[in-house]
Every structure is written in structure tokens, then in C-alpha cells.
Ligand binder design. Structure first.
Ligand SMILES: Nc1nc2c(ncn2[C@@H]2O[C@H](COP(=O)(O)OP(=O)(O)O)[C@@H](O)[C@H]2O)c(=O)[nH]1
Ligand SMILES: [Mg+2]
Length: 707
């Protein structure tokens, strides 16, 4: 099966295009394209496999990579280290790997640093405890120190590189298992490095993968050991596609749902679900549809606005197909019963004749591959490469501009020289120089003004959202009065008195989410208008002045078209004490002071909800700023190329002035100049033809894709 064939085409196309451009443009313009090429070569689709400890992630990945017993998988939860399998990255070695150890600063960073997903997780999993994290990280350091002895300081911050990584070697670095392992130097190491390993990187080549892909095996979020958990969260920040592995007999814990929600709601991240271990269901032929329905329904309830693709299977079945030996044969035999046939018939519509094919089909591995391929081709891969493509077009546009100007300059020069109006030209040239300088500063002013305006907009949106959120809270608090009154009434009827009341925060969360979305839409559209106006007026100025079209620099593919709030209040509800009225008759039946309770709720709400609100405001602002600055940068590309070209022109004009003076007096010098200018013109003409062809191919293939 080919994984992500479409993006392979896109990648090849962009790479060839960049190569051609580099060969075509002048030396002074190459750097920008070298950088784009570097970005393209470094691009990889990033897939992370996550899920609870022992869901079968490593087993699944081994099957996925068709390598039994590669990643350690076991009944014991291994001390696990985030393992990146780097497949087909053009600049990587063909095989081998490296293991990075913790450095001194990592310990500090674990405690003080923040990853986005961690921040979000904290809001969701209120059990998170920074003090415990610090304590564990100190303990870990101490344990590593005593276990590794003098080696400890030697290893700190180091990386071990290997040309070849065997499963045993891998275990030495990522497992705290009991196996005895012999390292390169022949010394015995009992999984001894694992305590200090921060991350493992394995290089691999797999023809199946059409685009560079980094597949990450994670230890399982919500590891009881927070330090490891922290690292898992950080590596998740970098991934784009998530395969959430669940266990068929315990699908979707609350933590799973929370995690899926966090991931799915982030921009440019795709989530798919693999329900593993179906072989463990008693009657999987009939149970699977039920499990599937259940997972679907619960996901829909928790995250109503998203669709998830769900694949069902068994890493174990796939693993058996890859094994040799009598034991495996017996197990394959045992699994190949009527259940399997019935299951395949209903789920896939056919039953392969070969037994291994039957088990492999039921394992669901190929179905996951197909889905991942689809996601890379149409989701993240497409978005990321589209951004690179837009940037190539913007740079190319700039280069075309520079060359057209140059051609124009050369034209004028030829005519000036031939007309023998050299002396007149001297004067004219000086005027041109002044004119250009004025124009440059005018253009600059335009963009500066737009940036200033956007700054204001962004700030205003931020403070307006803050106001809105505060008023959501206030409205919510005020609304509770009625609820309290009803409750007090009920109490007076029933007579039983609870000491406190729980106020459900879900409606508040919904209201705040709505406010955030609305604020985003307003902020985005007003920023976009300013950006667009600025771009259009720069364009018009260029058009008027130089008859130059810059249409292909667009504001397409800016980040954060939507900002979906992952805001989750750390608490589901707030507790308010029932407060009695203190009156001279308090010994009679208690009377409650609803206003006082509302006031108390107001204080509690302010205190409890403030941190979550600040986090959401910060994320909101980050997204606003990011979108605006990418947009500004696009426009600046125009300006930069302009400036370069115009400065160049001024320099040339100054040189010309001197030349004209000489031309006016020396006929043989004049002839030389004419010849030189003409050959320069030929070079530019040819370059322009080639670059325009490249430009239209970039536009064309984008349209073909869209169609
Ligand atoms: N029966 C069964 N066992 C599985 C399956 N997948 C994994 N296991 C077993 O579950 C244990 C934990 O698997 P592992 O891949 O290490 O889980 P991880 O912690 O998520 O990486 C191992 O003993 C695996 O052999 C499956 O589909 N069916
Ligand atoms: Mg594992």
C-alpha cells in the first residue's frame, strides 16, 4: 500500500520547481530559495500513537512497520521513552538511530516549562500537581545519579549515535526491563541507560511511505510518572496526526475522551481512533458493532462538532502473522475459527482464502494505513505544503519583479545611449533617483500604518473578549439566583437541608466558548480587511507606478482560519454553602439568604475561573498575533523585493550617470557599453521567460488540484 501518494507528487513538484528556480535566478536571489528548499526537505508528516498504557500501542506500531519485536512491547508497563521512528527523511542516515539523554537544564525545564498540550491538560485533569512533578523530577535525577555512578555526569546532555539499532539495544535505552543487554563496547548493561534517556530517534526506510513521516510511539499519556508524562505531552505538541489506540474491552475512559477533545480541537491536527484487542472480546464477530456504536456515540456526545474515523482490529493478530515458530503457528491455528470468518464476512464483505491474509485483514492494520494516507494527503500534509507553495510563489513574484525592473533599466539605457542624449540623461537620472526614494518611503508608510492598525485591533479584540468573558461569568452568576431560590423553596417544602449546593458550570462553559468563537470571527475579519486593504493599495501603487502586477502574492493559507477554544474549566461545578439569614428568630426554621449566596458564588467564581480565563485569553491573543504577523510578512515580501530592486536601481542609476558623462565624449566607449548592455538584456529576457513559465506551472497545478 502506498501511503500519501498525492503529497509525494506535490513534494516532488515543489522540489523540482525550487531546483529549477535556483538554476534560473541570479546569484543574488538564490538564498531565499535555498532556504525554502531546506524547509521542504525538513518537512515530514508527524504521526503520534497515543493511548493508555498497555492499550497495545507498541504492538500496533510493530505491525504497522512490519517488524515483529522491534519496539519493546510487554505485559509489564515498561519505563517508556518517547520513540520517534523517522521514516524516509531525506537528510537522515539510512539506518541506525540516536538516543538523547537528559541535560541539566531539562530538569529545570520539566518543572518550569510549559507545552501547549500540557497547559490544556492541566485544565482538564485537575489532579495535575506541580509540586509532585518537581519532587518526582528530583527523585528521578537522584536515582539516575546513583544508578549510573560516575557515568551520570558523563552522559548528561549527551547523545549516543548508532549505525544500526537492534531490538536489544533499543531496550537498553527505552526499557527498565530485566533483560541483560550488551552494548557496543561489549560491556553488560541492564537496561541501564533508560532512566536518563530523554528521547529515542530511529532512522528507517520503508518504501510504502511516499512522504517523509515521523511516527512517534509514546509511553501513554497519564503515565503515573509525571516526568515522563510531561515529555509525552511535549512531543505531542509537535505531531499533526494522532492515532488513539483504545482497548476493545475498555474503550474510552474519561481521560481518553478529554485527550481526544484537546487534540481534535487544535488547528491543523487530525485524530483517528484504533480500537485494538478485538481478539479478546468473547464474540468479536457480534460484539464489534456494539463496541463501535458505543464509542461513536460517546465521542459524539463529548465532541459533537467533529467526526472521527474509527478503525477496529487487533495488533496481536497482525503480530502473529509476522512471527515464525511452532507457538505462533498454533496460535494462528486457534484464532482461525468460524468467528473470524463470520467477522470478516460482515465487516469486510469477503473472506480471503489464505489464512495469513485472513488474520491480517482482521487486524485492521491496512485500514489504519489507508486512513493515515488519506489524512496526510488531504489534511495536514496538504495544509503544510500549501503554505510552502504560497511562500515560493511570493518569493518568485519578487524575483520576477526585480528582473522586469532590470530589463526596463537596460532598455532605457540602450535608448539613451543610442539617442546620444547622454548629457540630458544625466539630469533625468537624478530625477528618477529622487522619485524612487519618495515612492519607497510612501510604500513603507503604508505598511507601517497597517501594522499599527492591526496592533490596535488585536489589543481591542483582546480586551473586548476579556470584558465579554467577565460578563458571561456575571450573567451566569446572576442567573443562579433563581436556581437558588427554587432550591430554597424546595427545601422549605421538603424540610431536608443540604449544607451546600453544586452549581453546574457546563452552561457557563458553553457561553464562554460561544463568546470566544464570536470574538475570533470579529477579530479575524477586521484584521483580514486591514491586511487585504494594505495589500491591495500596495498593489495599486505598484501597478500605477511600474505597471507591475503582484496578483500572485495573496493572503491565502494564513494560519488559524478558525480558533476553536479548547477552554475547559478545571472544575465541572462550584460549591456554594447554604447561608442562613441571621435574624433574631434564627432558632426557628432556617431561612436562607439567597442574595448572600449569589454574592458568595460571585467571589468563588472570580477566584476559580480567573486562571482558565487568562489561559484562553493568552491563547486567543497568540493566535491573533500569529495570523497577523504571517499576513504582514507576506506583504513585506513584496516590499523587500521592491526595496532590493529599487535600491539596486538607484545604485545603477548613479553608475549610469557617470557612464553617460563618458559616453557623451568617447565614441568607442559608447560602442562597448551598447554591446554589454545588449548581452545583459538577452540574459534577463531568457530568465524572465523561464521564471514566468515556472510561475504559471505553480498556479496551474494548484488549480488542477482544486479541480
Ligand atoms: N490479545 C491481545 N493482546 C495485545 C494486543 N495488542 C497488544 N497486546 C498485548 O498487550 C501487552 C501490551 O502491549 P504494548 O504494545 O506493550 O502496549 P503499550 O503500552 O500500549 O505500548 C503486550 O503483552 C501485547 O502483546 C491485541 O490486539 N490483542
Ligand atoms: Mg509501548
Amino acid at each position: 500500500m502506498k501511503i500519501a501518494p498525492n503529497q509525494r507528487q506535490e513534494l516532488d513538484f515543489l522540489r523540482d520547481t525550487l531546483d529549477t528556480i535556483v538554476k534560473t535566478v541570479g546569484r543574488e536571489n538564490r538564498q531565499a530559495f535555498h532556504e525554502l528548499r531546506h524547509r521542504l526537505d525538513g518537512w515530514a508528516a508527524r504521526v503520534a500513537v497515543i493511548g493508555q498504557v498497555k492499550a497495545g500501542k507498541s504492538t500496533f506500531l510493530n505491525a504497522f512497520l512490519h517488524n515483529h519485536d522491534f519496539l519493546p512491547s510487554d505485559v509489564n508497563p515498561w519505563t517508556s521513552v518517547v520513540t520517534n521512528i523517522r521514516i524516509n527523511l531525506p537528510n537522515d542516515p539510512v539506518s541506525g538511530g540516536n538516543f538523547e539523554f537528559f541535560a541539566e537544564r531539562d530538569w529545570n525545564e520539566i518543572v518550569s516549562g510549559e507545552s501547549k498540550i500540557r497547559k490544556l491538560t492541566e485544565q482538564l485533569l485537575p489532579g495535575f500537581d506541580t509540586d509532585l512533578l518537581r519532587q518526582q523530577s528530583d527523585e528521578m535525577r537522584a536515582r539516575a545519579e546513583s544508578q549510573l555512578g560516575r557515568n551520570f555526569t558523563k552522559l548528561l546532555g549527551q547523545t549516543h549515535e548508532y549505525d544500526y539499532v537492534t531490538p536489544d539495544l533499543l531496550k537498553a535505552y527505552v526499557c527498565a526491563g530485566p533483560d541483560t543487554v550488551v552494548d557496543d563496547a561489549g560491556a553488560e548493561t541492564t537496561g541501564r541507560y533508560s532512566i536518563l534517556t530523554k528521547v529515542a530517534n530511529i532512522y528507517a526506510r520503508r518504501p510504502e511511505f511516499q512522504v517523509p513521516t515521523i511516527v512517534t510511539d509514546t509511553p501513554g499519556v497519564n503515565d503515573p510518572f509525571l516526568v515522563r508524562d510531561e515529555f509525552t505531552c511535549r512531543s505531542l505538541d509537535k505531531s499533526d496526526v494522532f492515532v488513539v489506540v483504545l482497548s476493545a474491552h475498555q474503550p474510552l475512559t474519561d481521560v481518553d475522551v478529554a485527550l481526544i477533545r484537546i487534540l481534535a480541537k487544535q488547528d491543523y491536527k487530525d485524530v483517528m481512533i484504533f480500537i485494538n484487542r478485538i481478539d479478546e472480546l468473547d464474540d468479536y464477530d457480534t460484539d464489534v458493532p456494539r463496541v463501535l456504536e458505543d464509542v461513536k456515540m460517546r465521542l459524539h456526545t463529548a465532541i459533537p462538532d467533529m467526526e472521527f474515523s474509527i478503525v477496529v482490529g487487533s495488533g496481536y493478530m497482525a503480530d502473529l502473522v509476522m512471527q515464525t515458530g511452532k507457538e505462533a503457528e498454533a496460535e494462528r491455528e486457534a484464532l482461525d475459527d468460524v468467528r473470524l470468518a463470520r467477522y470478516l464476512k460482515t465487516r469486510y464483505g469477503h473472506v480471503p482464502t489464505d489464512r495469513d491474509d485472513r488474520l491480517w485483514l482482521a487486524s485492521g492494520i491496512d485500514a489504519v494505513k489507508a486512513e493515515i494516507s488519506n489524512v496526510i494527503d488531504n489534511g495536514v500534509g496538504q495544509q503544510q505544503l500549501a503554505q510552502i507553495r504560497s511562500d515560493i510563489r511570493a518569493e518568485l513574484e519578487g524575483v520576477l519583479f526585480v528582473n522586469r525592473r532590470e530589463r526596463e533599466t537596460l532598455h532605457t539605457r540602450v535608448s539613451h545611449i543610442n539617442d546620444e542624449v547622454a548629457l540630458l540623461a544625466v539630469e533625468e537620472t537624478q530625477e528618477q533617483i529622487d522619485d524612487i526614494k519618495n515612492f519607497q518611503s510612501e510604500l513603507e508608510k503604508h505598511v507601517d500604518t497597517a501594522e499599527g492598525k492591526i496592533d490596535q485591533l488585536v489589543n481591542k479584540a483582546w480586551s473586548r473578549l476579556e470584558e465579554r468573558l467577565l460578563s458571561c461569568i456575571e450573567t451566569f452568576v446572576a442567573d443562579q439566583k433563581e436556581v437558588f431560590e427554587e432550591h430554597v423553596f424546595a427545601v422549605s417544602v421538603r424540610g431536608s437541608v443540604k449544607k451546600s449546593l453544586n452549581v453546574d458550570l457546563l452552561p457557563l462553559q458553553r457561553a464562554m466558548e460561544k463568546a470566544v468563537t464570536k470574538a475570533w470571527n470579529t477579530s479575524r475579519s477586521s484584521t483580514d480587511v486591514v491586511l487585504n486593504n494594505c495589500l491591495v493599495s500596495c498593489r495599486n501603487m505598484l501597478k500605477d507606478k511600474f505597471n507591475e502586477s503582484t496578483e500572485s502574492i495573496t493572503l491565502d493559507d494564513l494560519p488559524h482560519d478558525d480558533f476553536v477554544s479548547t477552554l475547559t474549566l478545571a472544575k465541572r461545578s462550584l460549591k456554594v454553602e447554604m447561608m442562613s439569614k441571621r435574624s433574631w428568630a434564627f432558632w426557628r426554621k432556617p431561612e436562607f439568604d439567597v442574595d448572600k449566596m449569589v454574592a458568595a458564588l460571585r467571589v468563588i467564581a472570580a477566584e476559580e475561573l480567573r486562571p482558565a480565563m487568562e489561559k484562553i485569553l493568552a491563547a486567543f491573543n497568540e493566535a491573533q498575533v500569529e495570523r497577523a504577523s504571517v499576513g504582514n510578512d507576506r506583504i513585506r515580501v513584496v516590499l523587500r523585493m521592491f526595496d532590493m530592486s529599487l535600491n539596486d536601481r538607484v545604485r545603477h542609476l548613479k553608475k549610469e550617470m557617470l557612464e553617460y558623462q563618458k559616453v557623451a565624449t568617447d565614441p568607442s566607449f559608447r560602442e562597448n557599453v551598447v554591446m554589454r548592455v545588449q548581452s545583459q538584456m538577452e540574459v534577463i529576457e531568457r530568465r524572465l521567460i523561464n521564471l514566468s513559465a515556472i510561475e504559471s506551472s505553480l498556479v496551474r497545478s494548484k488549480m488542477e488540484r482544486a479541480a
